[in-house]
Design a protein around this ligand. Structure first.
Ligand SMILES: Cc1cc2nc3c(=O)[nH]c(=O)nc-3n(C[C@H](O)[C@H](O)[C@H](O)COP(=O)(O)O)c2cc1C
Length: 289
């Protein structure tokens, strides 16, 4: 299935875009409301976009009272992205969302580069959330983690039902006139085309060590990009930065993906999932001449 990446689409202001997706993922919701970081919060670069939004959101109480009923009325499959600053905070939000029928699954944002991290490890947070809800839990990991496969194994052991790979990676852009950082926070999260090889590597490595389903994301611009994430081991694909420039991207990329699958004689996306591993394992370099 094709989803949006958290924070890259507001289904309430762009329901026509959300309707093209198989499932909508909300922006990360934190326990308390957050205004986010001061501007400038977005900077385009030659290879992608830098953002330092800082998890601006209404907070879980207002989200539950106002946003969730409105989202539910859209009739979409709905995942809620949950953030926090301690395992207890994540778990409390999960417990509050547990009873809400509008919500199909929870994605735990364990990886935002623009806010302080929770002191606990990803696995500790997942374990706390697992105890708080029976909803499927998707652990969203950071590509900055050198051994992302070890994190994947740890969150799987802690009770995660799936992996979301990857969040943005820290980057910096300088103003050519002032030589100062272009973002107010100096560094921000880099998304878009530059992230694709990084996302592919993360998905590939995690697929090797974990049987969990994977939402692959990072720089998906067309059907071939989506296909490659599947080939590396993803079971689903999410669209992020591409949505800012192309509101028709979900339908376009779904079509292009079908064409790409057909090119390889594959009937459905699940048939493509992980094929890069078979090829990687069976590939024999030609003898040197
Ligand atoms: C403006 C912006 C806001 C984002 N907000 C969130 C967020 O609230 N929670 C989250 O887990 N990821 C957030 N992300 C990261 C995306 O969900 C995604 O992991 C990342 O952008 C990589 O995909 P892409 O290269 O297709 O954009 C945000 C990304 C952007 C560009």
């Amino acid at each position: 299935m094709i989803l949006n990446a958290s924070g890259c689409l507001d289904a309430l202001t762009a329901p026509d875009v959300a309707a093209q997706l198989d499932c909508f993922v909300t922006k990360t919701v934190t326990p308390l409301p957050r205004g986010g970081n001061p501007p400038t919060r977005i900077a385009e670069t030659a290879v992608g976009m830098l953002n330092s939004i800082g998890l601006a959101n209404p907070g879980i109480d207002r989200f539950l009272a106002a946003n969730l009923p409105e989202l539910g009325a859209l009739g979409l499959r709905l995942w809620v992205s949950v953030g926090g600053f301690s395992a207890e905070e994540y778990a409390r939000s999960c417990a509050l969302l547990d009873g809400r029928d509008e919500v199909e699954a929870l994605e735990l944002n364990l990886s935002c580069p623009n806010v302080e991290e929770a002191a606990e490890s990803a696995a500790q947070i997942v374990a706390a959330c697992r105890a708080a809800t029976t909803k499927p839990l998707w652990a969203k990991l950071s590509p900055a983690n050198w051994d992302i496969a070890a994190s994947a194994r740890a969150v799987e052991a802690a009770g995660a039902d799936g992996l979301s790979l990857v969040n943005t990676i820290r980057g910096l852009a300088l103003d050519p006139h002032t030589n100062r950082p272009r973002l107010h926070t100096a560094t921000g999260g880099l998304s878009g085309p530059a992230l694709k090889p990084i996302a592919l590597a993360a998905v590939f490595q995690c697929r090797r060590v974990s049987a969990l389903p994977i939402v692959g994301m990072g720089g998906v611009w067309n059907g071939r990009d989506a296909f490659e994430l599947l080939a590396a081991g993803a079971t689903h694909v999410a669209l992020g930065t591409v949505l800012f420039g192309d509101p028709g991207a979900p339908a376009r990329i779904a079509h292009e993906l079908r064409v790409e699958l057909a090119r390889f004689g594959l009937a459905a996306s699940q048939d493509a999932s992980g094929i890069a591993h078979d090829h990687a394992l069976s590939f024999q370099p030609p003898p040197a001449s």
